[in-house]
Design a protein around this ligand. Structure first.
Ligand SMILES: [Zn+2]
Length: 133
C-alpha cells in the first residue's frame, strides 16, 4: 500500500494530510487514551480538530462499522456452519463488539477525519518553509 491513498492513513493510523505523523496519542488498546487524538500533526502541523465537536460525526462511521461487524458475523454463522444457535450468534456479536470496540472507535475517528482532511504530497515541506520564515 502506498502513501497518497486514504486507506494508507486509515490502516496505519497516520496523519490524513502528510501520511507521516502520528494521529492518536497511543495505541487503541491502551484503554486510558483509547481513540484520543493529538491536537495537531507532529510532522506537518495539520490540526486534527478543525472545529469544536468535529468528532461527533464519527459516531455515524462507528455505527456503520458496528453494522458491518454484525452482518459479517451473522452471515458467516449462517453460510459456513449448520445449526448455529441464535444465542451463540448473539454471544459472538456481543463478544466481538466488546473486543473490537477500542479498534472500531479509533478507526471511526480516523475515517471521519479522512473525509475532511486530504493528502498533500508537499505537506511536510510546507511546514519546513513556514518555520524558516
Ligand atoms: Zn501530518
Amino acid at each position: 500500500m502506498t502513501k497518497g491513498s486514504k486507506l494508507y492513513s486509515i490502516l496505519t493510523f497516520k496523519c490524513p494530510h502528510c501520511h507521516e505523523g502520528k494521529f492518536f496519542v497511543n495505541h487503541p488498546y491502551h484503554l486510558p487514551t483509547t481513540g484520543e487524538t493529538l491536537s495537531e500533526c507532529p510532522v506537518c502541523s495539520q490540526s486534527y480538530s478543525p472545529e469544536p465537536g468535529f468528532y461527533f460525526g464519527a459516531m455515524y462511521v462507528s455505527y456503520a462499522l458496528g453494522v458491518a461487524l454484525f452482518v459479517t458475523i451473522w452471515a458467516s454463522c449462517n453460510w459456513f456452519f449448520d445449526n448455529v444457535s441464535v444465542w451463540l450468534q448473539i454471544g459472538l456479536i456481543i463478544g466481538s463488539s466488546i473486543l473490537l470496540g477500542p479498534l472500531l472507535y479509533a478507526s471511526s475517528k480516523i475515517i471521519w477525519a479522512n473525509f475532511f482532511i486530504h493528502y498533500s504530497k508537499d505537506a511536510k515541506h510546507g511546514k519546513k518553509e513556514a518555520t524558516h520564515t
